[in-house]
Design a protein around this ligand. Structure first.
Ligand SMILES: CC(C)(COP(=O)(O)OP(=O)(O)OC[C@H]1O[C@@H](n2cnc3c(N)ncnc32)[C@H](O)[C@@H]1OP(=O)(O)O)[C@@H](O)C(=O)NCCC(=O)NCCS
Length: 414
C-alpha cells in the first residue's frame, strides 16, 4: 500500500511551486486531480517547449503521477462541479495570485461549510504585510528571502541560485504542512488552512545567514573570505564558495579546468583530517609549524592553505582527487554537471534519475522522488495530457451520466 493511498487532492496549482508539492503527494500514492482551465491548462505546458505542440519538459517533469481534469471554475456549471469535488476531497491546493480563489466564489468560509474536513493549502509570494498583493516567481523569492543577497562573490552583484529554492523549496514546505494537517485531522476530524509564503521558505533555507547577521555584531565572520584583509559592512556579506559551517572549504580547480567548466572539486580542510591532507598536498612541514598546525593559526591564512591544496588538485581530475582524499577522511565532492548527473548509473539505480515514456514526447529523463520510503515505493508515471481524465473523473467520482458530461462540454464548463 502506498503511504497516501485514499487521499484525494484537488490540485489547482500551476507553474512550479505548487506542482512540485502535489507531485510529491502523488508519488506517495495520493489521487492528485489537476484542475486546469479548458483550452490552455497550466501555462507551463506551453513554456520553453522543445518540441512543437508537445507538453514542455517544464510541465512533464513537475506533474508526474497526476490526473488532469479541465474545468472552468468561473462558469456556473464549473463552479457547481467544483463544489461537489470539494465535498469529496481531502486536500485543496492552489498557488494563484492573491485572492483568485475568493474571486471564483470559494472563500475559506465557504470551503469549510462545504467540507469541514478539507485541508486548504496555498502558496503565495509573501505572507501578510506590505508585499502580500505582489505576484512572485522563483527569482523574486530568492531576492526577497535573503538568498540573492548572500549568494555570489563579494565584488559581484547579488546572485540567484540554480536550485529552485523559491519554487520547489516552498513546494516541499507545503507538502510537509499538508501531511501534518492530515495527521492532525486524524485526531480532530477537522481540516485546516495552510499558507506557505515563498519569501518565508527561502528565508528558512537561508537560516545560517541570519545566524551570521547576528554574529556580525560580535566581530568579523572569520570563516568568510573577507577575513582578515577585507572589511565587513552591517549585513551578512556574500561568501563566494566558502563553507557555511564551522569547517573551512573551497571550490578548487582540477586537471582540465581550462576546457571543462566543471573540472572542480569542493574540499573541506577539516581539522580532524588536516594531517593527511597536508601530507598528500606536499605540505607536511605545516604539521610541525605553530604558524600552521592549529585551526586558529590557519584561520587568517585560509587563502594560502587552499592555494597549496589547489596546486595539488590541478594535477589530478576531480575523480582522482576524490579517490585520494576519501580514504584520508577529507570531506570532498566533485562539481558534477547536469550531463554527468543525467548519465550517473548510481542515480539511475536508485530511481533518482528516471526515464519516463510519454505518448507525444517519447522517452525523456526526469528527477524521480528524492525521498525514499521503504514501505511505500514510488513508481514514477508520466504527466497527464490536458483534460485526459475529465470524463473518467466526472463519471467515476461525481456519477455524471453521458448526457450530463455532454451538457457540461457544450456549456464550455469542461
Ligand atoms: C505565478 C503567478 C505570478 C501567475 O500569475 P497569473 O499568470 O496572473 O495567474 P493567476 O494565478 O493570477 O491566475 C490567473 C487567472 O486565471 C484564473 N483561473 C485559473 N484556473 C482557472 C480555471 N480552472 N478556470 C477558470 N479560471 C481559472 C484565476 O482565477 C485567475 O483569474 P483572476 O485573476 O480573474 O482572479 C501568480 O499565480 C502568483 O503570484 N502565485 C503565487 C506565488 C507562486 O506560486 N508563484 C509561482 C511560483 S512557480
Amino acid at each position: 500500500m502506498k503511504a497516501l493511498e485514499g487521499v484525494r487532492v484537488l490540485d489547482m496549482t500551476h507553474v512550479q511551486s505548487g506542482p512540485s508539492c502535489t507531485q510529491l503527494l502523488a508519488w506517495f500514492g495520493a489521487d492528485v486531480i489537476k484542475v486546469e482551465r479548458p483550452g490552455n491548462g497550466d501555462a507551463t505546458r506551453h513554456q520553453l517547449r522543445d518540441i512543437p505542440d508537445v507538453d514542455s519538459l517544464y510541465f512533464t517533469m513537475l506533474n508526474h503521477n497526476k490526473r488532469s481534469l479541465t474545468l472552468d471554475t468561473k462558469s456556473e456549471q464549473g463552479k457547481a462541479l467544483f463544489a461537489r469535488l470539494l465535498e469529496i476531497s481531502d486536500v485543496l491546493t492552489e498557488n494563484f495570485a492573491p485572492g483568485a480563489l475568493d474571486r471564483m466564489g470559494f472563500s475559506w468560509e465557504r470551503i469549510q461549510a462545504l467540507n469541514p474536513r478539507l485541508i486548504y493549502a496555498s502558496v503565495k509570494g509573501f505572507g501578510p504585510g506590505p508585499y502580500e498583493r505582489f505576484k512572485v516567481y522563483e527569482n523574486i523569492a530568492q531576492c526577497a528571502g535573503g538568498g540573492a543577497s548572500t549568494t555570489g562573490f563579494d565584488d559581484g552583484p547579488p546572485t540567484v541560485s540554480g536550485a529552485q529554492i523559491g519554487d520547489s523549496g516552498t513546494g516541499l514546505h507545503l507538502a510537509l504542512g499538508i501531511v501534518t494537517a492530515l495527521y492532525h485531522r486524524e485526531r480532530t476530524g477537522r481540516g485546516q488552512r495552510i499558507a506557505c509564503a515563498m519569501q518565508d521558505a527561502v528565508l528558512n533555507l537561508c537560516r545560517v545567514k541570519l545566524r551570521d547577521q547576528q554574529r556580525l555584531g560580535h566581530g568579523p565572520l572569520t570563516e568568510y573570505p573577507q577575513y582578515p584583509y577585507g572589511t565587513f559592512g552591517d549585513a551578512t556579506p556574500r561568501a563566494g564558495n566558502a563553507s557555511g559551517g564551522g569547517q573551512p572549504g573551497s571550490v578548487l580547480k582540477c586537471k582540465g579546468w581550462e576546457e571543462d567548466p566543471d573540472a572542480y572539486v569542493y574540499v573541506i580542510a577539516q581539522a580532524s583530517a588536516f594531517d593527511g591532507l597536508a601530507r598528500v598536498v606536499g605540505r607536511a612541514d605545516w604539521l610541525e609549524d605553530p604558524e600552521w598546525n592549529t585551526p586558529g593559526a590557519r584561520l587568517a591564512k585560509l587563502d594560502q592553505v587552499f592555494d597549496a591544496i589547489e596546486r595539488w588538485t590541478l594535477t589530478r581530475t576531480k575523480f582522482e582527487v576524490m579517490e585520494t582524499l576519501t580514504p584520508l577522511k577529507v570531506p570532498c565532492g566533485p562539481v558534477l554537471s547536469m550531463r554527468e548527473l543525467a548519465e550517473d548509473p548510481a542515480l539511475r539505480a536508485t530511481a533518482t534519475i528516471v526515464e519516463v515514456d510519454h505518448p507525444a514526447r517519447g522517452r525523456h529523463l526526469s528527477v524521480g522522488c528524492p525521498i525514499k520510503l521503504s514501505d511505500s515505493p514510488v513508481e514514477v508515471t508520466r504527466s497527464p495530457l490536458l483534460g485526459e481524465h475529465t470524463e473518467e473523473i466526472l463519471t467515476g467520482l461525481l456519477g455524471l451520466n453521458e448526457a450530463a458530461v455532454a451538457a457540461a462540454k457544450a456549456d464550455g464548463a469542461i
